[in-house]
Ligand binder design. Sequence first.
Ligand code: GSH
Length: 155
Amino acid sequence: MGSYQRFHRWGKLPVLEIDGKHQLSQSHAISKYLGKKFNLDGADELESAKCDEYVGVALDMRTEWRKYWFEKEDQTKRENAKTEFITVIAPKYFNRFSKILEDNGGKYLVGSGLTWADFFVALFFELFEDTVDKIFSSHTLRYFNSKTTFTLSHR
Ligand SMILES: N[C@@H](CCC(=O)N[C@@H](CS)C(=O)NCC(=O)O)C(=O)O
């Protein structure tokens, strides 16, 4: 049992400890909590819901990625899942996210300011790039990342 599994009831990371009193699990819940706390949850209820939508989609994408990344036993299955991710899943999601970003002015996914969805989606795209293949460097991910990096570094 890993050391982290002993200190949290679900036995999974990430876990956010708050004021030494509370523990919060699940990346979506943690990110939303921090987004609200630091006023990065959109300007109104609809923008807040849009953040959840885009983060939910990023999590769907992670579900597909896991079919490759956590397949340690069957090499053929692993390779097939990787190919599927590179040729079908990633282009579909990257293109849609890029379009959303572009339609919204090119800087933020939601509304006119930075939200926790920008952080969450950018982080996941970076994770996919680091763990799947550098093929994404020449794909729309590069476009997305450059916009997000600009966004994050100019606030
Ligand atoms: N739905 C959870 C998934 C958490 C999760 O699967 N964490 C992995 C690391 S990426 C973990 O702690 N795995 C250890 C285990 O399952 O024993 C989230 O988004 O936070």
